[in-house]
Design a protein around this ligand. Structure first.
Ligand code: ADP
Ligand code: MG
Length: 349
């Protein structure tokens, strides 16, 4: 487990002081794929870098598997850092060394016997699917292949924690997906805890279990990825979620709603399984004297779960609408009443 206790970091720049981290308290469970998202300058990299002692907090403690990082002797810290691999946006490969040599480097620095280095590097090359590139120089590789080398090098010392700082931010979407799939395989098959810093919500929805949202050196929201996705609280989180789940009804569709003089409510329905909403919607139409009109429907797969968000206009008497709402809740579909259209209605009327 990685624990941050009241961690703050102040940078003294030429003209001003920057509070890069402000009293961060956070726990990252062993075995997790934990995402930290925020805009540029939020403090994500600084927070990540306190885990492997690349950045020393101004105050507070960072405790990794029971050891407080800045209380360790130099020798213990060296050992600890072998246990924490790191990958970067710009790959940080040595251009004058081959793929094989890049991966072998951390093992050489640790004075690992030559034969063991050879065995380990071959094994890792297979794992990241780069056996055929072992004698190639980084300059000849694509971005995705370079990141695979970066990952392989980070895995060489068999760490139990992998830190990823914007590792997919320089890659195209398809390559991003293949790197995310590799990270997931590393988490599952090698039991490595992964901490991912990113500004891309699709990285979080793609592979993370938990997420923390950072803004101005603070954590403004945190939780299970699926909860944060379905019910984002902070404005910044809502904006990030919007980049993956667009759940606002297009203005054109809303026009018809504004002009509708019948009695209705607008509901944002949320469900968490594959086919329930369709059938629940069909049922409420049959059982109650109402009419439903789907204005927006989104289905996303997050952590092997299906998250459905539908915006539905329900027409009918208040009592029939209430019955339908009760039926939703009884059948695992939660809802939120959308009020924004009413404000707009007042403007229109
Ligand atoms: N070594 C440094 N010296 C001075 N200021 C820094 C240093 N590293 C980061 N900062 C500042 O700290 C803040 C957080 O930076 P950073 O952790 O890199 O954010 P992020 O990774 O979220 O983009 C920024 O305002 C940045 O300019
Ligand atoms: Mg950064």
């Amino acid at each position: 487990m990685i624990r941050f206790k009241n961690v703050s970091k102040v940078f003294l720049q030429k003209k001003n002081t920057v509070n890069a981290l402000q009293n961060i308290n956070l726990e990252i469970e062993t075995g997790d794929i934990f995402g930290i998202i925020g805009f540029s300058g939020a403090g994500k990299s600084t927070l990540l870098r306190t885990i492997n002692a690349l950045e020393k907090p101004t105050s507070g403690k960072v405790i990794v598997d029971g050891d407080e990082i800045y209380n360790l002797s130099a020798k213990k810290l060296r050992e600890k850092r072998k246990n924490i691999g790191m990958i970067f946006q710009q790959f940080n490969l040595l251009e004058t060394r081959t793929v094989w040599e890049n991966i072998a480097l951390p093992l050489k620095l640790n004075h690992t016997p030559k034969k063991i280095i050879e065995e380990k590097v071959e094994k890792i090359l297979r794992f990241v699917e780069l056996e055929d590139k072992k004698d190639v120089y980084p300059g000849k590789l694509s971005g995705g292949q370079k990141q695979r080398v970066g990952i392989a090098r980070a895995l060489a010392t068999e760490p139990s924690i992998l830190l990823s700082d914007e590792a997919t931010s320089a890659l195209d979407p398809k390559t991003t997906d293949s790197i995310l799939a590799l990270l997931k395989k590393i988490n599952k098959e090698l039991n490595i805890t992964i901490v991912i810093v990113t500004h891309e919500m699709n990285v979080i929805s793609g592979i993370c279990n938990h997420v923390a949202v950072m803004e101005n050196g603070q954590i403004v929201e945190r939780g299970d990825v699926i909860d944060v996705f379905s019910e984002p609280q902070a404005d910044i989180t809502k904006n990030f979620v919007k980049t993956v789940i667009q759940d606002e009804v297009p203005e054109k569709l809303m026009q018809g709603i504004y002009e509708d003089t019948r009695n209705y409510e607008l509901l944002r329905l949320k469900f968490l399984s594959s086919d329930s909403t369709e059938s629940v919607l069909a049922q409420v139409n049959k059982k109650f004297d109402i009419e439903t009109n789907i204005l927006f429907a989104n289905i996303s797969e997050i952590q092997e779960q299906i998250l459905g968000i539908h915006i539905v206009q329900i027409l009918g008497s208040n009592s029939e609408i209430s019955k339908a709402k009760k039926y939703f809740l009884e059948h695992g579909v939660t809802y939120r009443e959308l009020e924004y259209h009413k404000k707009k209605l007042k403007e229109v009327v």
